[in-house]
Structures are given as structure tokens and as C-alpha cells.
Design a protein around this ligand. Structure first.
Ligand code: HGY
Ligand code: MN
Ligand code: MN
Length: 415
């Protein structure tokens, strides 16, 4: 069913300024923008500082008070009628992958601002205060694990532990926060009345089915592993093939095992996303290889089976070791919040289907604190974590409009 044009669908709730939302998407894409339309904005870098400064300026223009917590999470608080009520929270993340796109995370933050702008211009006042959040380090590319901004906020990782994490060049999170001036002093302790996050699907389902909105039911479980394989560095010219202990060829065999384990445990997925070779010199037989592995599965039993198979595969390589550095259980979102998303989509005349998230999100941490749900819009070709990531201005505006109406529904229900 083709959805009706946006303008004809507006009911009693204020109209969302789609043009401004999409202008904001273009504006933020300039911070760390690459030549090919993507964005490279690793957390706590100068590019991240620039977009954070932009966030603070826009939030202040909207009449929000902005607080920064000790891990750099940004909270833009917008007043409601009753300051005694806990805020209804929305938001996402402004950091990107090294070869990322301009929508992953960013859409959720900008749609939060668009919702506040619609309230402000319509004069509509919610009962609850509203808060728009930018969570630090959702991506986990520069600092592992991912999502530790929302993780510290939810108590899933201790602040001191997160501040001590170092990137590949040895810079700690604390040093990086200080270098961009975004280490806050006061934790944001209030639990929200509810949390709703708009995000691109980052997968192929909505586009393949021609569905405009995903009412996200939950997030699959996730485990991260570091693997090290040792060999013996030796001269590439004078070491006969039979005498070698080549760590890179051993790693290559393991990488193929990883792919086979992933395929054998579908719908689970298993990826070697990063490899390091030492000494990484053309004429030296590699003596050591490090592999960073990402494991996902919707069910606990699936994760257990995949981890057992992975550990067996690593054990099959001489002189190797594996360490699990992060684990997040599968998360189910709140049925009433999910239903508010479905109804908001229906109010907008948009097609909607329930969908589980393959990607991880800050909402998975927030779900341990408050009733939580997410809203997805389609991703072209199902692509994300790729510079060609794309959702149309109409899809972005539709998602933000559903977010706005979901927030209003929850405001009325929870007041
Ligand atoms: O890894 C994830 O699922 C998220 O995109 N950072
Ligand atoms: Mn994301
Ligand atoms: Mn991402």
C-alpha cells in the first residue's frame, strides 16, 4: 500500500518540520564528512567535539538546559507542565564508524530535536519534561566495548573502568574527554519515565517488504572476543616453507572457521572485523596476529553454542588464546511502548511491522532502567556501517513524525 503524502496525514498533533530535520542531517554530516558522502567521526575526536558543540548550540536555541555527565553523555532537557514528573527520554548517538554514514545514530538525536521544535512551534506542552540524549561511544570502534556511554548511565559498566579504557594509540577515555572538554562532573541520575529511540534499520527487511516503520521488539544478544595467535617471526627469504610457524596463515584458517560457524548457527552471525599483524613487514614471516571478533544471536542458547564452537576452533590453532571482553544478553522492549509505536505509525497512515534489531543500540541499556522501545525506518539496500548508508528525506521525516507521536502518546498515558 503506497502511504499517503505526509501533509495529508497530519491529525491533531503538531506538524514536524521535515525540511529542518533534513537540513540538520546535512549540517551534521559535515563534521567528519568524507569525500564520498559518508562520515568518519570516531568518538571523542575533534570531529566529535565539533558535532557536540553543534548539539549544545541547537539544544540551547530550543530552550533546553544541557548537562554533561562524567562519561560525556549530553542531556538536553526540555520543560514539561509538571517538573515533578520524570522525563520521557529520546535520543541516540552522534559518533560514527570510521567509514560510516550520516544516519546511524544521528537520525535519532536530530529527530529528538525536531520533536521539540514541533512542540515549541505548536505551543503544545507535554505533562512530562522531555530529554534528548547524545550517548558517548555507541559505536565501540575507537574504544571497546561499544555503548559504554549508555552503559555507564545504566550501571552496566563502572565509570572508572570506562574512563580507563585505552584506544589503539594508548589514549584513555578520560584523556580523550578532557582533550575535547566534554568530561562532565554530575551524573544524570534520574530514571526516565520511558525511553524511545528512532534509528535506521541497518538491515534489508523493511525495504524488501515495502514497510515504512519498524516497531522494534528487542535487540539480539552480543559477545565480543579478542583472539591472539602466536607463530615465530623469521626471515621471509631464508626460512624454508616447512620450517615456518606463520601466525597469519593460522589466522586465515581460523577466519574461515569463524565464517563456517556463523553460517552453521544462523540466524546468528559471526564476524572478524579487525586484524592486527606483527611485525607487519613484507619480508618477515608474521609472528603474531590479533583478531577482534563480533558474535550476535537472538537467543542465549545460540550464543552459548556459537561460543563453544569458536573456542574449539581457536583451541585447534597451536599457541593461541581467546578472551571474551564483552557480553550483552538479548533484550525485549516494553510491550506498551511498542504498542504506542504501532499506534503512532497507524495515526500517520504508515505501514508498520514488528521487527527485532540485528544491530546493538543504547536502548538495550536503557531498557534496564525504564520502559523502552525503538522505531526503525528502512535502509537502502540494507546497508549501514558503510559510506553509502541512505534513507530518504521522506523516510527520515516519517520516522521522526512517528517518534513525536509516540512521545505524545506515552506522555498522555504515563501522566
Ligand atoms: O555494533 C552495533 O551493533 C552498533 O551499530 N554499534
Ligand atoms: Mn547506531
Ligand atoms: Mn552503528
Amino acid at each position: 500500500m503506497m502511504d499517503q503524502p505526509l501533509a495529508s496525514r497530519i491529525g491533531p498533533t503538531p506538524l514536524l518540520d521535515a525540511a529542518q530535520l533534513n537540513a540538520d542531517i546535512e549540517a551534521t554530516a559535515r563534521f567528519g564528512g568524507t569525500g564520498n558522502g559518508g562520515v568518519s567521526r570516531l568518538t571523542l575526536t575533534p570531529e566529535d567535539k565539533a558535532v557536540r558543540d553543534w548539539f549544545v548550540a541547537r539544544a540551547s536555541e530550543l530552550g533546553c538546559s544541557v548537562t554533561i555527565d562524567p562519561i560525556g553523555n549530553l542531556f538536553a532537557s526540555y520543560p514539561g507542565r509538571n517538573a515533578a514528573l520524570p522525563a520521557i527520554m529520546t535520543g541516540s548517538h552522534l559518533d560514527t564508524q570510521p567509514g560510516g554514514g550520516r544516519y546511524d545514530g544521528i537520525l535519532g538525536v536530530l529527530a529528538g530535536f525536531a520533536a521539540l521544535r514541533a512542540l515549541k512551534s505548536s505551543g503544545l506542552v507535554t505533562e512530562h519534561p522531555l530529554t534528548v540524549v547524545n550517548w558517548t561511544n555507541e559505536e565501540g570502534s575507537r574504544f571497546s566495548p561499544a555503548m559504554f556511554g549508555s552503559g555507564v548511565h545504566a550501571g552496566a559498566i563502572a565509570l572508572d573502568e570506562a574512563l580507563a579504557i585505552r584506544d589503539q594509540s594508548g589514549v584513555s577515555v578520560g584523556q580523550a574527554l578532557d582533550s575535547i572538554g566534554y568530561r562532565g562532573s554530575r551524573s544524570h541520575t534520574e530514571n526516565p519515565a520511558a525511553y524511545v529511540e528512532l534509528h535506521i534499520e541497518q538491515g534489508p527487511v523493511l525495504e524488501a517488504e515495502g514497510i515504512a516503520i519498524g516497531a522494534v521488539t528487542g535487540v539480539q544478544g552480543l559477545r565480543w572476543f579478542d583472539v591472539e595467535i602466536k607463530g615465530t617471526e623469521s626471515h621471509a627469504g631464508s626460512t624454508p616453507m616447512a620450517n615456518r610457524r606463520d601466525a597469519l596463515t593460522a589466522a586465515a584458517r581460523l577466519i574461515l572457521d569463524v565464517e563456517a560457524i556463523g553460517r552453521a548457527h544462523a540466524p546468528g552471525v559471526l564476524t572478524v572485523g579487525r586484524a592486527g599483524v606483527f611485525p607487519n613487514s613484507r619480508n618477515v614471516v608474521p609472528g603474531r596476529v590479533s583478531l577482534q571478533i563480533d558474535m550476535r544471536h537472538p537467543g542465549k542458547a545460540g550464543l552459548e553454542a556459537m561460543e563453544t564452537a569458536l573456542r574449539q576452533a581457536v583451541a585447534g590453532q597451536t599457541d593461541s588464546r581467546i578472551e571474551r571482553i564483552w557480553a550483552k544478553k538479548p533484550v525485549a522492549f516494553d510491550p506498551a511502548c511498542i504498542d504506542a509505536v504501532r499506534q503512532a505509525a497507524a495515526d500517520c497512515g504508515l505501514s508498520c511491522r514488528d521487527i527485532a534489531s540485528g544491530a546493538g543500540h543504547d536502548a538495550a541499556h536503557l531498557a534496564t532502567l525504564a520502559p523502552t522501545a525503538m522505531i526503525f525506518i528502512p535502509s537502502r539496500d540494507g546497508l549501514s556501517h558503510n559510506e553509502r548508508e541512505y534513507s530518504s528525506p521522506r523516510q527520515c521525516a516519517d520516522g521522526a513524525e512517528v517518534l513525536l507521536r509516540t512521545l505524545l502518546k506515552l506522555d498522555r498515558r504515563l501522566a
